[in-house]
Design a protein around this ligand. Structure first.
Ligand code: NAP
Length: 493
Protein backbone atom coordinates (compact mmCIF):
# COMPACT_ATOMS: atom_id res chain seq x y z
CA UNK A 1 0.00 0.00 0.00
CA UNK A 2 1.40 3.37 -0.95
CA UNK A 3 1.39 6.13 1.58
CA UNK A 4 -0.46 8.53 -0.69
CA UNK A 5 -3.30 6.13 -1.53
CA UNK A 6 -4.12 6.06 2.17
CA UNK A 7 -4.81 9.79 1.98
CA UNK A 8 -7.33 9.69 -0.84
CA UNK A 9 -10.76 10.01 0.72
CA UNK A 10 -13.40 8.23 -1.32
CA UNK A 11 -17.16 8.37 -0.85
CA UNK A 12 -19.24 5.74 -2.61
CA UNK A 13 -22.99 6.36 -2.81
CA UNK A 14 -24.99 3.14 -2.80
CA UNK A 15 -24.22 -0.26 -1.29
CA UNK A 16 -25.58 -2.56 -3.96
CA UNK A 17 -23.46 -4.75 -6.22
CA UNK A 18 -21.78 -1.65 -7.72
CA UNK A 19 -20.89 0.10 -4.47
CA UNK A 20 -19.64 -3.12 -2.90
CA UNK A 21 -17.55 -3.98 -5.98
CA UNK A 22 -15.95 -0.53 -5.89
CA UNK A 23 -15.27 -0.63 -2.15
CA UNK A 24 -13.57 -4.02 -2.48
CA UNK A 25 -11.47 -2.98 -5.46
CA UNK A 26 -10.34 0.22 -3.75
CA UNK A 27 -9.61 -1.21 -0.31
CA UNK A 28 -7.71 -4.11 -1.84
CA UNK A 29 -5.51 -1.61 -3.66
CA UNK A 30 -4.60 0.38 -0.60
CA UNK A 31 -7.36 2.99 -0.50
CA UNK A 32 -8.22 2.78 3.14
CA UNK A 33 -10.39 5.88 3.50
CA UNK A 34 -13.48 4.58 1.74
CA UNK A 35 -17.00 5.29 3.04
CA UNK A 36 -20.08 3.79 1.45
CA UNK A 37 -23.28 5.78 2.07
CA UNK A 38 -26.47 3.79 1.76
CA UNK A 39 -29.98 5.22 2.08
CA UNK A 40 -31.56 1.91 3.11
CA UNK A 41 -31.26 0.21 6.48
CA UNK A 42 -28.92 -2.41 5.05
CA UNK A 43 -26.58 -3.03 2.15
CA UNK A 44 -27.88 -4.93 -0.88
CA UNK A 45 -29.38 -2.34 -3.24
CA UNK A 46 -31.89 -3.91 -5.57
CA UNK A 47 -31.64 -7.23 -3.68
CA UNK A 48 -32.52 -5.51 -0.42
CA UNK A 49 -35.52 -3.63 -1.84
CA UNK A 50 -37.08 -6.20 -4.15
CA UNK A 51 -38.71 -8.72 -1.84
CA UNK A 52 -41.92 -9.33 -3.79
CA UNK A 53 -43.10 -12.96 -3.97
CA UNK A 54 -41.01 -14.83 -6.54
CA UNK A 55 -38.20 -12.22 -6.67
CA UNK A 56 -35.17 -13.85 -8.25
CA UNK A 57 -32.55 -13.20 -10.87
CA UNK A 58 -33.07 -14.66 -14.32
CA UNK A 59 -29.34 -14.33 -15.07
CA UNK A 60 -27.52 -17.55 -14.05
CA UNK A 61 -25.95 -17.18 -10.60
CA UNK A 62 -22.53 -18.42 -11.62
CA UNK A 63 -22.38 -15.40 -13.87
CA UNK A 64 -24.46 -13.04 -11.74
CA UNK A 65 -21.71 -13.04 -9.10
CA UNK A 66 -18.22 -11.62 -8.78
CA UNK A 67 -15.49 -13.45 -10.72
CA UNK A 68 -13.25 -13.09 -7.66
CA UNK A 69 -15.78 -14.63 -5.29
CA UNK A 70 -17.35 -17.64 -6.90
CA UNK A 71 -19.68 -20.07 -5.13
CA UNK A 72 -20.14 -23.74 -5.78
CA UNK A 73 -23.03 -23.67 -3.35
CA UNK A 74 -25.67 -21.82 -5.43
CA UNK A 75 -28.91 -23.70 -4.84
CA UNK A 76 -30.04 -23.42 -8.44
CA UNK A 77 -29.22 -22.08 -11.91
CA UNK A 78 -31.01 -18.77 -11.23
CA UNK A 79 -31.12 -17.93 -7.52
CA UNK A 80 -33.88 -16.33 -5.50
CA UNK A 81 -33.56 -12.86 -3.95
CA UNK A 82 -32.61 -13.99 -0.39
CA UNK A 83 -29.76 -16.11 -1.68
CA UNK A 84 -28.35 -13.26 -3.77
CA UNK A 85 -28.69 -10.82 -0.86
CA UNK A 86 -26.94 -13.32 1.44
CA UNK A 87 -24.18 -13.70 -1.13
CA UNK A 88 -23.62 -9.93 -1.30
CA UNK A 89 -23.59 -9.65 2.49
CA UNK A 90 -21.08 -12.50 2.77
CA UNK A 91 -18.82 -11.03 0.08
CA UNK A 92 -18.89 -7.61 1.77
CA UNK A 93 -18.05 -9.21 5.12
CA UNK A 94 -15.31 -11.46 3.71
CA UNK A 95 -13.61 -8.48 2.07
CA UNK A 96 -14.03 -6.28 5.11
CA UNK A 97 -16.12 -3.61 3.40
CA UNK A 98 -19.38 -4.20 5.32
CA UNK A 99 -18.01 -2.05 8.13
CA UNK A 100 -17.44 0.82 5.69
CA UNK A 101 -21.14 1.00 4.86
CA UNK A 102 -23.03 3.75 6.67
CA UNK A 103 -26.74 2.98 6.37
CA UNK A 104 -29.69 5.37 6.63
CA UNK A 105 -27.81 8.05 4.69
CA UNK A 106 -29.69 9.40 1.69
CA UNK A 107 -27.33 11.61 -0.25
CA UNK A 108 -29.17 14.75 -1.26
CA UNK A 109 -26.37 16.83 -2.78
CA UNK A 110 -22.76 16.62 -3.91
CA UNK A 111 -20.77 19.67 -4.94
CA UNK A 112 -17.27 20.01 -6.33
CA UNK A 113 -15.19 22.68 -4.63
CA UNK A 114 -12.55 23.99 -7.03
CA UNK A 115 -10.62 25.77 -4.30
CA UNK A 116 -9.96 22.63 -2.28
CA UNK A 117 -10.31 20.07 -5.08
CA UNK A 118 -12.82 18.10 -3.04
CA UNK A 119 -16.42 16.93 -3.11
CA UNK A 120 -18.82 18.06 -0.39
CA UNK A 121 -21.45 15.41 0.13
CA UNK A 122 -24.61 16.03 2.15
CA UNK A 123 -26.68 13.09 3.36
CA UNK A 124 -29.96 12.96 5.23
CA UNK A 125 -30.89 10.38 7.85
CA UNK A 126 -34.46 9.03 8.24
CA UNK A 127 -35.00 11.44 11.19
CA UNK A 128 -34.16 14.41 8.96
CA UNK A 129 -30.73 15.19 10.41
CA UNK A 130 -28.09 15.95 7.82
CA UNK A 131 -24.39 15.12 7.78
CA UNK A 132 -21.82 16.81 5.56
CA UNK A 133 -18.73 14.87 4.50
CA UNK A 134 -15.77 15.73 2.31
CA UNK A 135 -14.06 13.46 -0.21
CA UNK A 136 -11.36 13.65 -2.84
CA UNK A 137 -13.28 11.33 -5.13
CA UNK A 138 -16.95 10.50 -5.42
CA UNK A 139 -18.46 7.33 -6.86
CA UNK A 140 -22.20 7.32 -7.46
CA UNK A 141 -23.38 3.73 -7.57
CA UNK A 142 -27.13 4.23 -7.31
CA UNK A 143 -27.78 2.42 -10.58
CA UNK A 144 -30.65 2.58 -13.02
CA UNK A 145 -33.32 0.45 -11.29
CA UNK A 146 -33.42 2.26 -7.99
CA UNK A 147 -36.55 4.41 -7.91
CA UNK A 148 -39.93 2.71 -8.30
CA UNK A 149 -42.10 4.16 -11.04
CA UNK A 150 -45.66 4.77 -9.85
CA UNK A 151 -48.04 4.96 -12.80
CA UNK A 152 -50.06 8.09 -13.35
CA UNK A 153 -53.48 6.51 -13.03
CA UNK A 154 -56.29 8.88 -12.22
CA UNK A 155 -57.81 8.17 -8.81
CA UNK A 156 -55.07 5.75 -7.69
CA UNK A 157 -55.35 7.18 -4.17
CA UNK A 158 -59.11 6.50 -4.14
CA UNK A 159 -58.65 2.73 -4.01
CA UNK A 160 -59.64 1.61 -0.53
CA UNK A 161 -57.34 -1.45 -0.23
CA UNK A 162 -53.54 -1.70 -0.15
CA UNK A 163 -51.59 -0.50 -3.19
CA UNK A 164 -48.07 -1.92 -3.29
CA UNK A 165 -45.21 -1.39 -5.69
CA UNK A 166 -43.24 -4.57 -6.41
CA UNK A 167 -40.00 -2.84 -5.35
CA UNK A 168 -41.51 -1.83 -1.97
CA UNK A 169 -43.45 -4.97 -1.13
CA UNK A 170 -45.03 -5.51 2.29
CA UNK A 171 -44.03 -9.07 3.16
CA UNK A 172 -46.54 -9.10 6.05
CA UNK A 173 -49.46 -8.71 3.69
CA UNK A 174 -51.47 -11.94 3.63
CA UNK A 175 -53.08 -12.48 0.25
CA UNK A 176 -54.96 -15.62 1.15
CA UNK A 177 -58.53 -15.38 -0.04
CA UNK A 178 -58.04 -11.92 -1.55
CA UNK A 179 -58.52 -10.66 -5.09
CA UNK A 180 -55.39 -9.05 -6.47
CA UNK A 181 -54.83 -6.79 -9.47
CA UNK A 182 -51.36 -6.74 -11.02
CA UNK A 183 -50.60 -3.76 -13.25
CA UNK A 184 -47.64 -4.29 -15.58
CA UNK A 185 -46.26 -7.34 -17.35
CA UNK A 186 -42.45 -6.91 -17.42
CA UNK A 187 -39.65 -9.02 -15.91
CA UNK A 188 -40.96 -8.39 -12.39
CA UNK A 189 -44.54 -9.39 -13.18
CA UNK A 190 -43.26 -12.55 -14.87
CA UNK A 191 -41.90 -13.62 -11.47
CA UNK A 192 -44.66 -12.14 -9.32
CA UNK A 193 -47.80 -13.38 -11.08
CA UNK A 194 -47.22 -17.17 -10.73
CA UNK A 195 -46.63 -16.67 -6.98
CA UNK A 196 -49.67 -14.42 -6.49
CA UNK A 197 -51.82 -16.86 -8.43
CA UNK A 198 -50.88 -19.55 -5.90
CA UNK A 199 -51.64 -17.35 -2.90
CA UNK A 200 -54.62 -15.20 -3.88
CA UNK A 201 -58.26 -16.09 -4.44
CA UNK A 202 -58.17 -14.44 -7.84
CA UNK A 203 -55.48 -12.57 -9.76
CA UNK A 204 -56.26 -10.12 -12.56
CA UNK A 205 -53.29 -9.11 -14.68
CA UNK A 206 -53.53 -5.79 -16.53
CA UNK A 207 -51.31 -5.82 -19.56
CA UNK A 208 -50.33 -2.89 -21.72
CA UNK A 209 -47.79 -4.85 -23.81
CA UNK A 210 -47.14 -8.52 -24.44
CA UNK A 211 -43.60 -9.85 -24.26
CA UNK A 212 -41.26 -12.38 -25.79
CA UNK A 213 -40.48 -15.32 -23.52
CA UNK A 214 -37.78 -17.97 -23.33
CA UNK A 215 -37.79 -20.90 -20.90
CA UNK A 216 -36.45 -20.68 -17.36
CA UNK A 217 -36.86 -23.78 -15.26
CA UNK A 218 -34.11 -23.26 -12.70
CA UNK A 219 -34.49 -26.50 -10.84
CA UNK A 220 -32.49 -26.99 -7.69
CA UNK A 221 -28.98 -28.34 -8.37
CA UNK A 222 -28.63 -31.94 -7.29
CA UNK A 223 -25.97 -32.86 -4.73
CA UNK A 224 -23.74 -34.56 -7.38
CA UNK A 225 -23.81 -31.44 -9.61
CA UNK A 226 -22.88 -29.25 -6.64
CA UNK A 227 -20.09 -31.66 -5.72
CA UNK A 228 -18.74 -31.60 -9.27
CA UNK A 229 -18.76 -27.79 -9.36
CA UNK A 230 -17.07 -27.66 -5.98
CA UNK A 231 -14.39 -30.28 -6.54
CA UNK A 232 -13.52 -30.62 -10.22
CA UNK A 233 -10.69 -28.18 -10.85
CA UNK A 234 -11.50 -25.68 -13.56
CA UNK A 235 -15.11 -26.80 -14.00
CA UNK A 236 -16.53 -23.58 -12.56
CA UNK A 237 -14.40 -21.60 -15.01
CA UNK A 238 -15.61 -23.68 -17.95
CA UNK A 239 -19.20 -23.28 -16.77
CA UNK A 240 -18.79 -19.51 -16.55
CA UNK A 241 -17.26 -19.40 -20.02
CA UNK A 242 -20.25 -21.33 -21.41
CA UNK A 243 -22.67 -19.00 -19.65
CA UNK A 244 -20.82 -15.97 -21.01
CA UNK A 245 -21.06 -17.41 -24.54
CA UNK A 246 -24.79 -18.02 -24.07
CA UNK A 247 -25.37 -14.49 -22.78
CA UNK A 248 -23.32 -12.96 -25.60
CA UNK A 249 -25.44 -14.97 -28.04
CA UNK A 250 -28.54 -13.19 -26.71
CA UNK A 251 -26.84 -9.87 -27.37
CA UNK A 252 -25.87 -11.08 -30.87
CA UNK A 253 -29.55 -11.82 -31.54
CA UNK A 254 -30.47 -8.28 -30.48
CA UNK A 255 -27.67 -6.78 -32.53
CA UNK A 256 -28.68 -8.80 -35.61
CA UNK A 257 -32.49 -8.85 -35.63
CA UNK A 258 -32.78 -10.05 -39.23
CA UNK A 259 -30.59 -13.11 -38.83
CA UNK A 260 -29.81 -14.45 -35.34
CA UNK A 261 -32.74 -12.45 -33.94
CA UNK A 262 -35.10 -14.42 -36.18
CA UNK A 263 -33.61 -17.69 -34.95
CA UNK A 264 -34.23 -16.78 -31.30
CA UNK A 265 -37.64 -15.32 -32.15
CA UNK A 266 -38.53 -18.67 -33.75
CA UNK A 267 -37.44 -20.51 -30.60
CA UNK A 268 -39.45 -18.09 -28.48
CA UNK A 269 -42.49 -18.53 -30.77
CA UNK A 270 -42.33 -22.32 -30.47
CA UNK A 271 -41.96 -22.10 -26.71
CA UNK A 272 -44.78 -19.59 -26.31
CA UNK A 273 -47.14 -21.49 -28.64
CA UNK A 274 -46.50 -24.63 -26.59
CA UNK A 275 -47.29 -22.76 -23.40
CA UNK A 276 -50.23 -20.67 -24.58
CA UNK A 277 -52.97 -23.23 -25.26
CA UNK A 278 -55.86 -20.84 -24.65
CA UNK A 279 -56.39 -18.95 -27.95
CA UNK A 280 -57.82 -15.84 -26.26
CA UNK A 281 -54.94 -15.57 -23.79
CA UNK A 282 -52.47 -16.28 -26.59
CA UNK A 283 -53.89 -13.45 -28.70
CA UNK A 284 -53.73 -11.00 -25.80
CA UNK A 285 -50.31 -12.02 -24.47
CA UNK A 286 -48.55 -12.08 -27.84
CA UNK A 287 -45.95 -9.30 -28.33
CA UNK A 288 -46.31 -6.84 -31.19
CA UNK A 289 -42.71 -5.68 -31.45
CA UNK A 290 -39.39 -7.01 -32.74
CA UNK A 291 -37.80 -9.74 -30.63
CA UNK A 292 -35.16 -8.24 -28.30
CA UNK A 293 -36.30 -4.62 -28.56
CA UNK A 294 -37.47 -4.80 -24.95
CA UNK A 295 -36.10 -7.18 -22.39
CA UNK A 296 -36.73 -10.82 -23.31
CA UNK A 297 -38.40 -12.50 -20.33
CA UNK A 298 -37.24 -15.83 -18.98
CA UNK A 299 -40.03 -17.77 -17.37
CA UNK A 300 -41.64 -21.16 -17.78
CA UNK A 301 -44.32 -20.44 -15.21
CA UNK A 302 -45.80 -17.04 -16.19
CA UNK A 303 -47.72 -17.96 -19.35
CA UNK A 304 -49.21 -21.13 -17.79
CA UNK A 305 -50.24 -19.03 -14.76
CA UNK A 306 -52.20 -16.68 -17.05
CA UNK A 307 -54.36 -19.63 -18.11
CA UNK A 308 -55.35 -20.75 -14.63
CA UNK A 309 -59.09 -20.58 -13.91
CA UNK A 310 -58.37 -18.19 -11.03
CA UNK A 311 -56.31 -15.79 -13.19
CA UNK A 312 -57.66 -13.27 -15.73
CA UNK A 313 -55.52 -11.48 -18.28
CA UNK A 314 -56.94 -8.09 -19.28
CA UNK A 315 -55.58 -6.47 -22.43
CA UNK A 316 -57.66 -3.28 -22.15
CA UNK A 317 -55.85 -0.21 -20.81
CA UNK A 318 -56.45 0.87 -17.21
CA UNK A 319 -58.06 4.30 -17.58
CA UNK A 320 -58.67 5.09 -13.91
CA UNK A 321 -58.71 3.61 -10.43
CA UNK A 322 -61.95 3.53 -8.48
CA UNK A 323 -62.53 2.76 -4.80
CA UNK A 324 -63.19 -0.86 -5.74
CA UNK A 325 -60.50 -1.48 -8.36
CA UNK A 326 -59.19 -0.56 -11.81
CA UNK A 327 -61.50 0.72 -14.52
CA UNK A 328 -60.54 -0.29 -18.04
CA UNK A 329 -61.12 1.39 -21.40
CA UNK A 330 -64.28 -0.69 -22.00
CA UNK A 331 -65.81 0.95 -18.89
CA UNK A 332 -65.63 -2.13 -16.68
CA UNK A 333 -64.60 -1.87 -13.04
CA UNK A 334 -62.58 -4.90 -11.94
CA UNK A 335 -63.28 -5.37 -8.24
CA UNK A 336 -60.21 -6.35 -6.24
CA UNK A 337 -58.90 -6.16 -2.66
CA UNK A 338 -55.23 -5.41 -3.37
CA UNK A 339 -53.43 -3.59 -6.21
CA UNK A 340 -49.86 -4.64 -7.05
CA UNK A 341 -47.90 -2.25 -9.25
CA UNK A 342 -45.27 -4.07 -11.30
CA UNK A 343 -44.71 -0.89 -13.26
CA UNK A 344 -40.92 -0.76 -13.18
CA UNK A 345 -38.51 2.04 -12.37
CA UNK A 346 -37.75 5.67 -13.20
CA UNK A 347 -34.72 4.42 -15.08
CA UNK A 348 -33.67 7.61 -16.82
CA UNK A 349 -33.59 9.60 -13.57
CA UNK A 350 -30.34 7.88 -12.57
CA UNK A 351 -29.18 9.56 -9.30
CA UNK A 352 -31.72 12.43 -9.39
CA UNK A 353 -33.27 14.09 -7.38
CA UNK A 354 -29.75 14.26 -5.88
CA UNK A 355 -28.21 17.64 -6.74
CA UNK A 356 -24.83 17.16 -8.43
CA UNK A 357 -22.83 20.35 -8.93
CA UNK A 358 -19.52 20.35 -10.82
CA UNK A 359 -16.88 22.89 -11.87
CA UNK A 360 -18.02 26.50 -11.98
CA UNK A 361 -21.34 25.63 -10.37
CA UNK A 362 -22.61 23.64 -13.36
CA UNK A 363 -25.50 21.30 -12.62
CA UNK A 364 -25.63 17.76 -13.87
CA UNK A 365 -29.37 18.01 -14.35
CA UNK A 366 -28.81 20.90 -16.76
CA UNK A 367 -25.87 19.25 -18.49
CA UNK A 368 -28.09 16.22 -19.02
CA UNK A 369 -31.08 18.24 -20.25
CA UNK A 370 -30.61 16.56 -23.66
CA UNK A 371 -30.31 13.14 -22.09
CA UNK A 372 -27.91 11.44 -19.67
CA UNK A 373 -24.52 10.57 -21.13
CA UNK A 374 -21.11 9.68 -19.74
CA UNK A 375 -17.84 8.47 -21.22
CA UNK A 376 -17.96 4.67 -20.92
CA UNK A 377 -20.94 5.29 -18.65
CA UNK A 378 -18.63 6.58 -15.92
CA UNK A 379 -17.23 10.08 -16.38
CA UNK A 380 -18.84 13.40 -17.33
CA UNK A 381 -16.86 16.50 -18.44
CA UNK A 382 -16.90 19.25 -15.82
CA UNK A 383 -17.27 16.84 -12.88
CA UNK A 384 -13.70 16.08 -11.74
CA UNK A 385 -13.11 12.88 -9.82
CA UNK A 386 -16.75 11.91 -10.15
CA UNK A 387 -17.38 8.37 -11.35
CA UNK A 388 -20.72 6.70 -12.04
CA UNK A 389 -21.29 2.99 -11.70
CA UNK A 390 -24.13 1.46 -13.75
CA UNK A 391 -24.39 4.91 -15.31
CA UNK A 392 -25.78 5.85 -18.75
CA UNK A 393 -25.50 3.19 -21.47
CA UNK A 394 -24.12 0.44 -19.26
CA UNK A 395 -27.23 -1.67 -18.83
CA UNK A 396 -27.24 -5.01 -20.59
CA UNK A 397 -30.15 -6.85 -22.17
CA UNK A 398 -28.25 -10.08 -22.65
CA UNK A 399 -25.42 -10.11 -20.11
CA UNK A 400 -24.80 -9.76 -16.40
CA UNK A 401 -24.61 -6.30 -14.84
CA UNK A 402 -22.21 -7.72 -12.24
CA UNK A 403 -19.68 -8.27 -15.03
CA UNK A 404 -19.99 -4.60 -16.05
CA UNK A 405 -19.70 -3.38 -12.45
CA UNK A 406 -16.52 -5.34 -11.83
CA UNK A 407 -14.93 -3.73 -14.87
CA UNK A 408 -16.13 -0.30 -13.82
CA UNK A 409 -14.70 -0.73 -10.32
CA UNK A 410 -11.30 -1.65 -11.79
CA UNK A 411 -11.38 1.28 -14.23
CA UNK A 412 -12.24 3.77 -11.50
CA UNK A 413 -9.49 2.46 -9.27
CA UNK A 414 -6.98 2.85 -12.12
CA UNK A 415 -8.22 6.40 -12.73
CA UNK A 416 -7.70 7.22 -9.05
CA UNK A 417 -4.21 5.69 -9.21
CA UNK A 418 -3.46 8.00 -12.11
CA UNK A 419 -4.77 11.05 -10.27
CA UNK A 420 -2.73 10.10 -7.22
CA UNK A 421 0.46 9.81 -9.27
CA UNK A 422 -0.14 13.19 -10.89
CA UNK A 423 -1.49 14.83 -7.74
CA UNK A 424 -4.52 15.89 -9.75
CA UNK A 425 -8.24 15.39 -10.13
CA UNK A 426 -9.29 13.79 -13.41
CA UNK A 427 -11.76 15.54 -15.68
CA UNK A 428 -12.71 13.70 -18.85
CA UNK A 429 -12.08 15.81 -21.96
CA UNK A 430 -15.34 17.07 -23.51
CA UNK A 431 -14.25 16.04 -27.01
CA UNK A 432 -13.47 12.51 -25.79
CA UNK A 433 -16.86 12.19 -24.10
CA UNK A 434 -18.79 13.57 -27.07
CA UNK A 435 -16.92 11.46 -29.61
CA UNK A 436 -17.42 8.25 -27.62
CA UNK A 437 -21.11 9.14 -27.26
CA UNK A 438 -21.52 9.58 -31.02
CA UNK A 439 -19.79 6.26 -31.67
CA UNK A 440 -21.89 4.51 -29.03
CA UNK A 441 -25.20 5.87 -30.32
CA UNK A 442 -24.19 4.95 -33.87
CA UNK A 443 -23.84 1.33 -32.83
CA UNK A 444 -27.56 1.08 -32.07
CA UNK A 445 -28.44 1.61 -35.74
CA UNK A 446 -29.93 -1.55 -37.23
CA UNK A 447 -30.28 -3.34 -33.89
CA UNK A 448 -33.52 -4.56 -32.32
CA UNK A 449 -33.16 -1.94 -29.55
CA UNK A 450 -34.24 0.83 -31.91
CA UNK A 451 -37.24 -1.08 -33.30
CA UNK A 452 -39.72 0.02 -30.59
CA UNK A 453 -40.18 2.15 -27.50
CA UNK A 454 -38.82 0.87 -24.18
CA UNK A 455 -37.51 1.93 -20.77
CA UNK A 456 -34.04 2.06 -22.36
CA UNK A 457 -34.94 5.40 -23.98
CA UNK A 458 -35.29 8.87 -22.54
CA UNK A 459 -38.09 11.28 -23.44
CA UNK A 460 -36.38 12.28 -26.68
CA UNK A 461 -36.12 8.65 -27.78
CA UNK A 462 -32.35 8.38 -27.26
CA UNK A 463 -31.29 5.05 -25.80
CA UNK A 464 -29.65 6.05 -22.53
CA UNK A 465 -29.80 2.82 -20.53
CA UNK A 466 -28.09 0.19 -22.64
CA UNK A 467 -24.63 -0.63 -23.81
CA UNK A 468 -24.95 -1.30 -27.55
CA UNK A 469 -22.57 -4.25 -27.72
CA UNK A 470 -21.17 -7.32 -26.10
CA UNK A 471 -19.87 -7.71 -22.56
CA UNK A 472 -16.41 -8.50 -23.92
CA UNK A 473 -16.39 -5.19 -25.84
CA UNK A 474 -17.13 -3.28 -22.65
CA UNK A 475 -14.35 -5.22 -20.91
CA UNK A 476 -11.95 -4.28 -23.72
CA UNK A 477 -12.97 -0.61 -23.65
CA UNK A 478 -12.47 -0.32 -19.89
CA UNK A 479 -9.55 -2.66 -19.29
CA UNK A 480 -7.04 0.17 -19.05
CA UNK A 481 -7.65 3.83 -18.41
CA UNK A 482 -6.38 5.96 -21.29
CA UNK A 483 -4.46 8.83 -19.65
CA UNK A 484 -4.95 11.09 -22.70
CA UNK A 485 -8.74 10.98 -22.20
CA UNK A 486 -8.47 13.31 -19.18
CA UNK A 487 -7.51 16.80 -18.15
CA UNK A 488 -5.58 16.93 -14.90
CA UNK A 489 -6.60 19.57 -12.37
CA UNK A 490 -3.94 20.09 -9.72
CA UNK A 491 -5.28 19.57 -6.24
CA UNK A 492 -3.89 21.42 -3.21
CA UNK A 493 -1.55 19.53 -0.92
P1 NAP B 1 -40.65 -2.87 -16.69
O1 NAP B 1 -39.93 -3.86 -17.50
O2 NAP B 1 -40.41 -1.44 -16.95
O3 NAP B 1 -42.19 -3.22 -16.83
C1 NAP B 1 -43.16 -2.36 -16.34
C2 NAP B 1 -44.51 -2.86 -16.80
O4 NAP B 1 -45.50 -1.96 -16.32
C3 NAP B 1 -44.65 -2.90 -18.31
O5 NAP B 1 -45.43 -3.99 -18.66
C4 NAP B 1 -45.35 -1.57 -18.60
O6 NAP B 1 -46.06 -1.59 -19.80
C5 NAP B 1 -46.28 -1.51 -17.42
N1 NAP B 1 -46.72 -0.16 -17.11
C6 NAP B 1 -45.97 0.91 -16.76
N2 NAP B 1 -46.75 1.97 -16.54
C7 NAP B 1 -48.03 1.57 -16.74
C8 NAP B 1 -49.29 2.21 -16.69
N3 NAP B 1 -49.39 3.51 -16.39
N4 NAP B 1 -50.39 1.48 -16.98
C9 NAP B 1 -50.29 0.17 -17.30
N5 NAP B 1 -49.13 -0.49 -17.38
C10 NAP B 1 -48.02 0.21 -17.11
O7 NAP B 1 -40.39 -3.09 -15.11
P2 NAP B 1 -39.96 -4.40 -14.33
O8 NAP B 1 -40.76 -5.55 -14.76
O9 NAP B 1 -39.91 -4.05 -12.91
O10 NAP B 1 -38.49 -4.65 -14.85
C11 NAP B 1 -37.57 -3.59 -14.98
C12 NAP B 1 -36.20 -4.14 -15.21
O11 NAP B 1 -35.73 -4.68 -13.99
C13 NAP B 1 -36.14 -5.30 -16.19
O12 NAP B 1 -36.18 -4.94 -17.53
C14 NAP B 1 -34.84 -5.93 -15.76
O13 NAP B 1 -33.75 -5.25 -16.31
C15 NAP B 1 -34.88 -5.75 -14.26
N6 NAP B 1 -35.40 -6.97 -13.65
C16 NAP B 1 -34.62 -8.05 -13.73
C17 NAP B 1 -35.04 -9.22 -13.20
C18 NAP B 1 -34.15 -10.40 -13.30
O14 NAP B 1 -34.58 -11.51 -13.02
N7 NAP B 1 -32.90 -10.23 -13.71
C19 NAP B 1 -36.29 -9.32 -12.59
C20 NAP B 1 -37.07 -8.18 -12.51
C21 NAP B 1 -36.62 -7.00 -13.04
P3 NAP B 1 -45.30 -1.22 -21.19
O15 NAP B 1 -44.38 -2.38 -21.46
O16 NAP B 1 -46.38 -1.08 -22.17
O17 NAP B 1 -44.55 0.06 -20.92
Amino acid sequence: MSETSAQVRVIVVGAGFGGIAAAIELTEHGYDDVTVLESAAELGGTWYHNVYPGAACDVPSHFYSFSFDQRASWSRFCSPQEEILDYLREVARAHGVDRRVVTGQRVTSCAWDEGTGTWTVVAEAPDGTTTTRTADALLIATGQLDKPSYPRIEGLEDFTGPVLHSARWDTDLDLTGRRVAVIGTGATAAQLVPELAEAAAHTTVFQRSGNWFLPRRSKEYSAPVKALLAHVPGLNRVFRALLAAYLEFLTAAIRHPRTLGRVLAAWSTLFMRGQLRDPEVRRTAWPDYTFGCRRVLFSSSYLPALQRPDVTLVGDAVTAMTERGPRTADGRVHEVDVVALATGFRTTDFMFPMEVTGSGGRRLREDWADGPRAHLGMTVPGYPNLFLLYGPNTNTSGGSIVFFLEHQARYVRQALDLGRERKAALDVRPEVASSSDVTLQGRFVGTAWVACDSWYRDESGRIVANWPGYMREYADATREVEPADFRYLPVPG
